[in-house]
Structure formats: structure tokens, C-alpha cells
Design a protein around this ligand. Structure first.
Ligand SMILES: *Cc1c(COP(=O)(O)O)cnc(C)c1O
Length: 470
């Protein structure tokens, strides 16, 4: 009986391994550096892994954004780029791909996700309105605040607890959202900003039951729901795996159903959609779409290219279709879990359950002797780089920034260092190296002293801040 099963479904039965549903036909050499070189490079970078040169990095787990390997079909698609200023054929292919995969009516292309976040924030937020969301995302909240919105976190409490094994830690706390609506009035809510596989919570999914409840509540109050669809495909995988009634549905079906409960979405195609650059905003409301389509011309480019080359839109259209293949998603998340299993065996503290795109080390428990004022997650990213040249990123107090009203640091409960796995790029052997390095840093954890911030940019400070050793 088991011999008829495709190997890639084996892991669901707990008996067989998954494997990548591709083979490699082009390679890019990696550079291994010496401890002295890393010491020098990190000091030059102000102890901020964002400021390292990639030539000084061995295994790059900074982000899964724009770092995917494209398929041969996507590369072939680049040659089909129609670089006409207006009416590019590739735009219509992209529009069709978004409509059929995500189900929205109208599509505005943007150069990447934050271009779409800018547009939706400008057209859908009036200054002073609240924007409730299931935890913040850095660029999303920045654009909402620049448009005069006031972000309010309505995620469930379990999301802030790295040890909670809740299967859908990205869920909205419906009672909390209801209280906000009662407190401020529906007219003072711009929209609900719902994100799939919540990045800052550790790549944690939202259930179908939750999005249905959000929809029902918002319908009663005439409030719109917009989705950050950046990692919604990965979210669909978790629904298929964990939510009763969805085991027999395809990822594509689950994605369509989830999106059908929302009024539109913004997308960083640099994640799920397997391209190096690109994004879009999709809306069902014709009037809102007209406004966004008008604004895109001001900030991104004409509404049939939105800051992208025709070839980029072609690669994105193909990437959308590839991202929905079941064996792709299973292998992608399988690799993230593989790393999580190695770290669990080594006793390293990280956010449970392992999320879709990354393992998030719990810097609070890793360095219990360091307070958030000396940036434990930033320190951990620095130590990991020094040990092996593996690049990770901070998702803690530095990323959280300051409260625009009081000027104080936001002190998030989650102080995390993210090991983000690019799609289709690294092998299992690379994951072994990463796990060994994290373990080595963990063994020396008591000697870590923390960092002091010496330069702080005004916006999205984690990208460009500089630090020194304490
Ligand atoms: C990356 C990301 C964005 C922003 O997209 P960019 O393409 O980086 O501009 C928005 N939301 C989430 C959840 C993301 O991960």
C-alpha cells in the first residue's frame, strides 16, 4: 500500500522523508572567512548584520525576501519580458495569475511589498483612524503611521509566548477586536490589517475559522479587511495540516477560500512567489482600486508596470503558480522544520511551533542575563556571525522601534533572532552547519555582554542602526 504513495507525502505518515522536488543545475560558490576577517567585517558593520557585505557572509539567513532561487521556467520567462512602457503583455499575465490564485478582482503592480503598503495606507486610512492588526510588521506599520493611522495589536496572547504550542498563534483575538470597535466606533477603524503566517510572532499561521470570524464581525460593523498575503501560501499549508476539515483540500483551494473572506491584499512577491523583486496590491472595490491605480503612477510607475520590468512581472506570474505546488511547499517547510529539530535536540530555546519561513531563536532565554536595553537578539545575531559567518537578523527591541507618541522604545515581549531560510537555495548539509554554529554560541552564552546603540536612524532603525560592544 505504501509503495503507491509519492515519497513527498511520506513525512505526513511519519515514516518517509521529504525531499526537494527539484535538482540543481547552476551553482554559486560560497566564501568561508576566518575569525579575524569576521571580527573586522562585523566591527565595520557596526555590529548590525544588515550592514555586512554579502561577500563576508557564508550562509545567509538574514531573510527569505528576494533571496529565492528561480526555476528554469522563471529564468526562461525573463526572456519573454515585454518592456513596453504601457500595456505590457506581462502585466496581463500577472493580473491573471493573481486573479486565479488569490481571487481578487483588480491588481496594481508595485516594485515590492512596501510599495503596495504605501498605496493601501494612503487610500484607506484617514489621519487618526485605528488600524487593528494581528501583530505589527515593520514596514506595514511604518506606512500605516505615515498615513496618520494608529496601529493596535489584536493578536491572541499566545502569540507573545514563545513556548505556547497553540497551532494558530497568528489568530486575531476576536473579543479584543470587538472591544476596540466598541471603544473607538466603527467609523474610526480604517480597516483590519490581517497578516498570514505572522512574521514577528515567529511565522505563525492564522486559521480559517479565525478569518471567518473576523469577516463576520467586520460585516456587522461595515469594516473592511485587508490581508498581508506575503506568506499566505505557507499559511495555507498549516491550515491543510492542522485545521479540521482541510486535510483533503489543496493549498490552492485553501488560499482562495482564505482570501475570499478579505476585501483585498498586498503582497511582497519576494517571499512566497519565488522572485527576487516584485509585489502587488489587489482590491475588489472598484473605487478604491481607481484611487490606488491613480496613486501608483505618482510613486511607482505606470499602472501596467508599477516600478517593475516586464520580465519581472513574467517571472512573478510563473512563480505564483510554482508556489502553489504541494510538493514545493512541503519541502520548503520541511527544511525549516529540519533545522528546528536539530536545534531542539541541542536544547536551544526557540519559538514553538516552528514557523513557515524561519526558526526564531528566543534571545531572552538564550541570554537570560541580558536586559532588553542591551539588545540581546542583536547580540545573538552578532555572536552567530562571529562564530561561523552565518548571517541572521534581529527581531526584538531594535526592530520594534519607538512609540511615535512618547518617543520611548517599544519593548516587545518577543526578543528574537531569526534564522530565515531562503526558498530552494540551501541544502540539508547547510542546515547542519547552521545548527552546529548556534549550538557553539549557546555553549558560550554566559560570556555575552550585549551592545550599545551608537547611531539610530529615524525610520525602520533596525536596517541601518549601528552598535558597539559593551
Ligand atoms: C517583507 C514583508 C513586507 C514588505 O515587503 P517588501 O517586499 O520587503 O517591501 C510586508 N509584510 C510582510 C509580512 C513581509 O514579510
Amino acid at each position: 500500500m505504501t509503495t503507491n504513495l509519492p515519497v513527498t507525502t511520506g513525512h505526513q505518515l511519519g515514516r518517509r522523508s521529504w525531499a526537494e522536488p527539484w535538482k540543481i543545475k547552476m551553482v554559486e560558490p560560497l566564501r568561508v572567512t576566518s575569525p579575524d576577517q569576521r571580527e573586522h567585517a562585523l566591527a565595520e558593520a557596526g555590529y548590525n548584520t544588515f550592514l555586512l557585505r554579502s561577500d563576508d557572509v557564508y550562509i545567509d539567513l538574514l531573510t527569505d525576501s528576494g533571496t529565492s532561487a528561480m526555476s528554469d521556467r522563471q529564468w526562461a520567462g525573463l526572456l519573454l519580458g515585454d518592456e513596453s512602457y504601457a500595456g505590457s503583455r506581462n502585466f496581463y499575465q500577472l493580473e491573471e495569475a493573481v486573479r486565479s490564485a488569490y481571487g481578487y478582482q483588480h491588481v496594481v503592480p508595485t516594485h515590492q511589498g512596501r510599495g503596495a503598503e504605501h498605496l493601501i495606507s494612503q487610500v484607506a486610512i484617514r489621519p487618526g483612524q485605528y488600524v487593528p492588526g494581528n501583530m505589527y510588521f515593520t514596514t506595514t506599520r511604518a506606512h500605516q503611521e505615515l498615513a496618520g493611522g494608529v496601529f493596535e495589536d489584536v493578536i491572541i496572547d499566545e502569540a507573545h509566548d514563545p513556548e505556547s504550542e497553540h497551532p494558530f498563534k497568528g489568530n486575531v483575538d476576536i473579543a479584543r477586536l470587538e472591544r476596540l470597535i466598541a471603544r473607538e466606533g466603527a467609523k474610526n477603524i480604517a480597516y483590519v490589517s490581517l497578516a498570514g503566517t505572522v512574521n514577528m510572532a515567529g511565522g505563525q499561521p492564522v486559521s480559517m475559522e479565525c478569518v471567518r470570524a473576523v469577516r463576520a464581525l467586520c460585516d456587522r460593523h461595515g469594516i473592511r479587511v485587508f490581508l498581508d498575503a506575503t506568506r499566505m501560501v505557507e499559511n495555507a499549508f498549516f491550515i491543510q495540516e492542522r485545521e479540521p476539515g482541510y486535510a483533503g483540500k489543496t493549498i490552492a483551494e485553501i488560499l482562495r477560500e482564505f482570501c475570499s473572506y478579505t476585501d483585498g491584499a498586498w503582497m511582497s512577491a519576494k517571499k512566497d512567489s519565488l522572485v527576487n523583486i516584485g509585489g502587488w496590491l489587489a482590491l475588489n472595490d472598484r473605487d478604491l482600486f481607481e484611487e490606488a491605480r491613480n496613486l501608483v503612477v505618482v510613486y511607482e510607475g505606470l499602472h501596467t508596470y508599477g516600478g517593475l520590468a516586464g520580465r519581472d512581472m513574467q517571472a512573478m506570474a510563473i512563480g505564483i503558480a510554482e508556489s502553489l505546488q504541494e510538493d514545493h511547499v512541503r519541502a520548503r517547510i520541511g527544511q525549516v522544520r529540519y533545522l528546528g529539530d536539530l536545534l531542539a535536540r541541542a536544547g536551544v530555546p526557540f519559538v514553538r511551533p516552528v514557523g513557515g519561513h524561519a526558526v526564531f531563536l528566543d534571545a531572552r532565554r538564550f541570554y537570560p542575563h541580558l536586559s532588553q536595553d542591551v539588545f540581546p537578539a542583536q547580540t545573538l545575531a552578532a555572536e552567530l556571525y562571529l562564530d561561523s559567518g552565518v548571517r541572521s537578523m534581529e527581531r526584538g527591541v531594535v526592530s520594534a522601534g519607538r512609540d511615535p507618541a512618547t518617543g520611548e522604545h517599544h519593548y516587545p515581549r518577543l526578543e528574537l533572532t531569526r534564522l530565515t531560510i531562503p526558498r530552494r537555495v540551501y541544502t540539508q548539509a547547510h542546515m547542519d552547519i547552521v545548527a552546529e554554529s548556534v549550538q557553539a554560541v549557546y555553549e558560550q552564552r554566559e560570556s555575552a555582554k550585549g551592545l550599545v546603540m551608537t547611531y539610530e536612524p529615524r525610520y525602520l532603525r533596525f536596517f541601518q542602526a549601528r552598535f558597539d560592544r559593551l
